[in-house]
Design a protein around this ligand. Structure first.
Ligand SMILES: NC(=O)c1ccc[n+]([C@@H]2O[C@H](COP(=O)([O-])OP(=O)(O)OC[C@H]3O[C@@H](n4cnc5c(N)ncnc54)[C@H](OP(=O)(O)O)[C@@H]3O)[C@@H](O)[C@H]2O)c1
Length: 390
């Protein structure tokens, strides 16, 4: 690791400490007396610019070494206010405002405070913002964002499994539609119950990890609820989206599916095959109702339950994430669950299951409106991720 050494007064070092948590995906050490070490290039570049602007320091003296620094992070480094995206009325992307003085969420006993390194968008974020769930939503104003990957900077008094410095990921809202928190993950800091998160897979960076929680938990819960198991066949409607791209992989590489078919438009058929689909169906050219085969389970991630029930075997299962439900299809709403992430971590760490991130991203924090506008086209491939949260 590259070590950058700068000579700072202890007050400047204190001022910089929170910044470093947002910059370095690796452990950093702060020597508050006179020397400060940063362990990656991006952190070094930003430190140079930040220290010149804010601390009126001369250019940094840079020395390269590859010594790993121990992780240190203390509650005292957490500010009372943070930057966050907020909306105070329901509507289109124009209601989203960038605010530099949002209160850092207060911790409950069973929660950890996470310094957000990356966050991902889900369709539920824009549906919530549009007011589709306002009967069960928390009061406005809202900081949006379900998915997070970041570093624990503070733990509540009852937290047992996580400590300051842990790199974690998760979906911070236990019930997606029922009383989600007011303060979400599209902010510098977010608070979440320890039972909803897991340690970040070691091989994934924060951007990759942030792409996973809500989508992979939905994929897993949907397959479990249908009773999916080894040797069964599956059809995924919308195999290229955030959820479907993980349904294909989990079915094939975790549950042991005998055969997976999935739908997308023409340009995404190769992606479906690369994820493990045995049959990639171009929905712009083929009607699934005319397929010569039927499936044990159909996973509808687009809202075509009426068609899905026509291609399931007698006694099979049809799970529908959105839209009208036709029996025997059923709908569920995902429950965030850190234990599911923990269970799937070995598959992520072995590379059997991979994050799929839309190539238009990751979007920087400042481009959230553009990221939402893109997601709302319903054309995103895999996940739309936000990073550079500072
Ligand atoms: N109930 C729950 O707990 C739950 C949880 C998560 C998500 N959801 C819902 O499930 C849906 C999918 O979520 P997501 O995050 O996977 O969405 P997404 O990533 O935004 O889906 C985008 C994908 O949809 C594909 N698509 C569009 N029209 C299609 C069609 N007619 N047939 C097949 N694919 C089509 C697009 O591929 P092409 O460009 O190839 O068309 C694109 O890749 C959303 O409505 C979401 O709100 C529900």
């Amino acid at each position: 690791m590259l070590t950058t050494t700068a000579t700072l007064s202890s007050s400047s070092a204190s001022q910089l400490a929170p910044l470093f948590h947002s910059l370095s995906p690796n452990p950093i050490s702060l020597r508050f007396s006179s020397t400060l070490q940063v362990t990656n290039n991006r952190a070094r570049r930003t430190l140079t610019s930040f220290t010149r602007q804010k601390c009126q320091l001369p250019a940094l003296r840079v020395s390269a070494s590859y010594e790993a620094a121990p992780a240190t992070a203390e509650a005292s480094t957490v500010p009372s206010e943070m930057k966050a995206w907020v909306y105070d009325k329901y509507g289109g992307v124009d209601v989203l405002k960038f605010d530099t003085k949002v209160a850092v969420p207060k911790l409950l006993d069973d929660q950890v405070l996470i310094k957000v390194m990356a966050a991902a968008l889900n369709p539920v974020d824009f549906k919530r913002r549009q007011g589709k769930f306002q009967n069960t939503d928390s009061p406005l104003p809202t900081v949006p964002g379900y998915d997070v990957a970041g570093v624990v900077v503070k733990v509540g008094s009852q937290v047992k499994d996580f400590k300051v410095g842990d790199e974690v990921y998760g979906d911070i809202h236990e019930k997606a539609l029922d009383g989600p928190k007011q303060s979400g993950s599209l902010a510098e800091y977010t608070a979440v119950e320890e039972r909803l998160i897991a340690l970040k897979p070691k091989n994934l960076d924060f951007t990759q990890a942030a792409s996973l929680p809500l989508a992979i938990e939905t994929a897993y819960e949907g397959l479990e609820r249908t009773g999916f198991s080894a040797g069964k066949s599956l059809l995924v409607l919308n195999g290229a989206g955030g959820v479907g791209s993980l349904v294909i992989q989990l079915a094939k590489h975790v549950f042991g599916a005998s055969r997976v078919a999935a739908t997308s438009s023409t340009g995404k058929l190769e992606l479906l095959k690369s994820l493990g689909a045995d049959l990639a169906i171009d929905y712009t050219k083929e009607n699934i109702e005319e397929l010569p085969e039927k499936f044990d389970v159909v996973y509808d991630a687009i809202g075509q339950c009426d068609k899905a029930v026509k291609v399931v075997k007698e006694g099979g299962g049809v799970v529908a994430l959105t839209g009208a439900v036709t029996p025997p299809g059923f709908r569920f709403v995902v429950t965030s669950n850190g234990a599911v992430l923990k269970k799937l971590n070995p598959y992520l760490e072995s590379g059997k299951v991979k994050p799929v991130i839309d190539p238009k991203g990751p979007f920087p924090f400042s481009k959230l409106v553009e990221a939402f506008t893109y997601l709302e086209t319903n054309r995103a491939t895999g996940k739309v991720v936000i990073d550079s949260i500072q």
